[in-house]
Design a protein around this ligand. Structure first.
Ligand SMILES: [Ca+2]
Ligand SMILES: [Ca+2]
Ligand SMILES: [Ca+2]
Length: 99
């Protein structure tokens, strides 16, 4: 599931979504183009960690919240999300209950 999302974000197919590719992914996931991603929309792409980026907890992931998530994924700060970083972040975000 998460592999599908990863491939969706990596639009040039070099195996690692850049920040620009990640940011462009917002428009793909926001299927109805109302400016935020709902749980339903993120679920259409994958069993997604993105709702855990929803700091407001209102069930709407706005672009600013989404874009801030890149730094969560890009653990080593090289400007790209490797598959290991992606998988690691997904595992990490599923433990957000501790916060
Ligand atoms: Ca890429
Ligand atoms: Ca939407
Ligand atoms: Ca990285």
């Amino acid at each position: 599931m998460s592999g599908f999302l990863f491939q969706q974000l990596d639009t040039d197919g070099d195996g690692k979504p850049s920040r620009a590719e990640y940011n462009a992914g917002f428009d793909v996931i926001d299927a109805d183009k109302d400016g935020f991603i709902t749980r339903k929309e993120s679920g259409a792409v994958s069993l997604s960690p993105f709702m855990l980026l929803d700091k407001g907890g209102d069930g709407k992931l706005f672009r600013t919240e989404y874009e801030a998530g890149f730094d969560l994924f890009d653990h080593d700060g090289d400007g790209f999300i490797s598959r290991d970083e992606f998988n690691g972040a997904v595992g990490m975000t599923f433990n957000f209950d501790d916060y």
